[in-house]
Design a protein around this ligand. Structure first.
Ligand SMILES: N[C@@H](CCC(=O)N[C@@H](CS)C(=O)NCC(=O)O)C(=O)O
Length: 89
């Protein structure tokens, strides 16, 4: 069963597109939430990510993992598949 993935994005964001591409390559579903113009949600996002102000901000099963660089680093360390496919060994 796949993890629940939420990605907070804004339009015209290259890092967001890169993160989407990586997740699309994995074949996993994710929810994309556009936070442009939503000051309240952006303030909340900065709080729950420990001060991160950039997009994308990605959450896997409710845990903040950071942006595209962190997503890619997880993948390169071989940890992303285990996180997104919970029952993968
Ligand atoms: N290291 C970050 C960089 C993300 C980044 O720089 N995103 C840009 C948009 S593509 C951003 O949010 N810039 C700051 C801003 O627009 O307020 C990542 O990999 O996600």
């Amino acid at each position: 069963m796949a993890a629940q993935i939420k990605m907070y994005v804004r339009p015209w964001c290259g890092y967001c597109t890169a993160a989407e591409r990586l997740l699309d390559e994995k074949g996993v579903a994710y929810e994309k939430i556009d936070v442009s113009g939503d000051t309240e949600k952006r303030t909340w996002l900065v709080e729950v990510t420990g001060g991160r102000t950039t997009v994308p901000q990605i959450f896997i099963d409710g845990r903040s993992i950071g942006g595209y660089d962190e997503l890619r680093a997880l993948d390169r360390r071989g940890e992303l598949d285990r996180l997104i496919w919970r029952d993968a060994s």
